[in-house]
Ligand binder design. Structure first.
Ligand code: CP
Length: 302
């Protein structure tokens, strides 16, 4: 494996190797000196054309914990604002000797184009509404940590599926790893092609919740909406938001996940977001170990 572009490219063995490696590397975070020399002399470029809090800092920390040199590049404040193309930016980074390029871009497919232009490894950190493979990997890691297995796990992914790269990557990865995924959304926020995805579809959250081991809540991506997809926030929240009352109707061991950023009071209530059954901060912590594993396996490991 040279690049990580899509969760769908991973075989069951490859995905399991990444999760197992992340489990080993998580121990580095418990040490007083949180560093390994594994990627010393390697250069990782974080190329972010879209905003990010978790993914960018997580990749940066992961690369630094493996002793790589890290360059953070964002479209704001760079020559992109002067009209430089993705290709010319990529060739510039290539000329500086980047061994790995982590890219987030608003255009679906941008990481695939980049992979044709650079010699180093390309890691997709989210491309438009297409994919976010490391998010799916850290989600799978978190489920396995909390619930002890992925095989046969019943996972509901709820909310703005239409604009969600997290939903698509999770469906592809979780089904490869033996879990059963049900997508839940209002009809207007379900992709037209969803019947071709390897998962179930429902429009009724209350029907799905009691049968779920995991419920993953998604943010409504207003920044990708050029139309009105539901009558009001209040109505969306009433039909598809997770509050304490709905949480109480889930199986006792079931967990609540969210990739972040959360909009409290819309898709998730503050009571649920702060509940011990909500894994949102664990997902962030696991994201560092998971991204260390991916960088290690692509750039340095065997
Ligand atoms: N989950 C996620 O991708 O968060 P950021 O947009 O903050 O990176």
């Amino acid at each position: 494996m040279r690049h990580l572009l899509s969760a769908g490219d991973l075989s069951r063995d490859e995905a399991t190797l990444i999760l197992d490696t992340a489990g080993e590397l998580a121990q580095v975070g418990d040490r007083s000196v949180k560093k390994l020399p594994t990627l010393r002399g390697r250069t990782v470029v974080n190329l972010f054309y879209e905003d990010s809090t978790r993914t960018r800092t997580s990749f940066e920390l992961a690369a630094k914990r493996l002793s790589a040199d890290v360059i953070n590049f964002s479209a704001k404040g760079s020559s992109v604002s002067k009209g430089e193309s993705l290709k010319d930016t990529a060739l510039t980074l290539q000329a500086m000797g980047a061994d790995g390029v982590v890219i987030r871009h608003s255009a679906s497919g941008a990481p695939h184009r980049l992979a044709n232009w650079v010699d180093g490894s390309v890691l997709n950190a989210g491309d438009g509404t297409h994919e976010h493979p490391t998010q799916a990997l850290l989600d799978a890691f978190t489920m396995r940590e909390r619930l002890g297995r992925l095989e046969g796990l019943r996972v509901a992914v709820v909310g703005d599926i239409l604009h969600s790269r997290v939903a698509r990557s999770n469906v592809l990865l979780l089904t490869t790893l033996g879990a059963h995924v049900t997508l839940v959304a209002p009809p207007t926020l379900m992709p037209v092609s969803v019947h071709t995805w390897p998962c179930e579809v429902s429009y009724d959250l209350d029907e799905v919740l009691p049968k779920s081991d995991v419920v993953m809540m998604l943010r409504v991506q207003a920044e990708r909406m050029h139309d009105s997809f539901f009558p009001s926030v209040r109505e969306y929240s009433r039909n598809y938001g997770l509050d304490g009352e709905r949480l109480s109707r889930m199986p006792e061991e079931a967990i609540v996940m969210h990739p972040g950023p959360m909009v409290r009071g819309m898709e998730i209530s503050a009571q649920v977001a702060d509940s011990p059954r909500c894994t949102v901060t664990e997902q962030v912590a696991n994201g560092v170990s998971l991204r260390m594993a991916v960088l290690y396996l692509l750039l340095g490991g065997s």
